[in-house]
Unconditional design. Structure first.
Length: 180
């Protein structure tokens, strides 16, 4: 997977001091604009899961939708949207999580999965892990099995991937920015 990781990492733009001084923002729009990089990104995920029986891709609002949609299509799996609170129109389950400046919530339709469904949870990046942990709790509450949580980018210095592993979740990321 180094073939995918190296080229995708090179396509990610780093914006220094945004949104505040000292933050190196990892801008994925440059990957999406580059048709070769975007194809390699989707292919990295497809190759990872194509030999497995995956029932659904759970994609986190909103950038997870970008990866989750083509992945679900290629794997012939369903696509389930994990949304910010107040965005889903039917009966939902809600999970709160901590942010550095307060709390936020994600929600999932109560009927999004059947017990035992094999699910891959997808987002664009793993930072502190709060959103993915909250989403994974909702998925497990319904009774689905999380095969793996996955993202384009891991920011291991922020500890999110470690927290996810501590919760017993398998973690896959295409590339990481470690202290860079």
């Amino acid at each position: 997977m180094d073939y995918f990781a190296d080229s995708i990492k090179k396509a990610i733009r780093t914006v220094p001091d945004w949104p505040k001084p000292g933050v190196a923002f990892r801008d994925i729009t440059t990957v999406l604009q580059d048709r070769t990089a975007f194809r390699k990104l989707v292919d990295a995920f497809v190759h990872r899961y194509h030999d497995q029986k995956i029932d659904a891709i759970a994609a986190i609002d909103a950038r997870g939708f970008i990866i989750g949609s083509p992945l679900a299509y290629e794997l012939n799996a369903g696509l389930v949207l994990v949304r910010k609170k107040g965005k889903l129109p039917f009966d939902t389950l809600v999970e709160d999580y901590e942010l550095e400046y307060g709390t936020a919530s994600v929600e999932l339709h109560k009927d999004a999965f059947r017990p035992g469904d094999k699910v891959v949870l997808v987002d664009d990046l793993i930072a502190t892990g709060g959103t993915m942990l909250a989403a994974s709790r909702l998925i497990r509450q319904i009774g689905a099995e999380i095969v793996e949580v996955s993202a384009m980018i891991d920011l291991p210095d922020l500890g999110g991937s470690s927290k996810l592993r501590e919760e017993g979740l398998n973690v896959y990321t295409v590339c990481q920015f470690d202290g860079e």
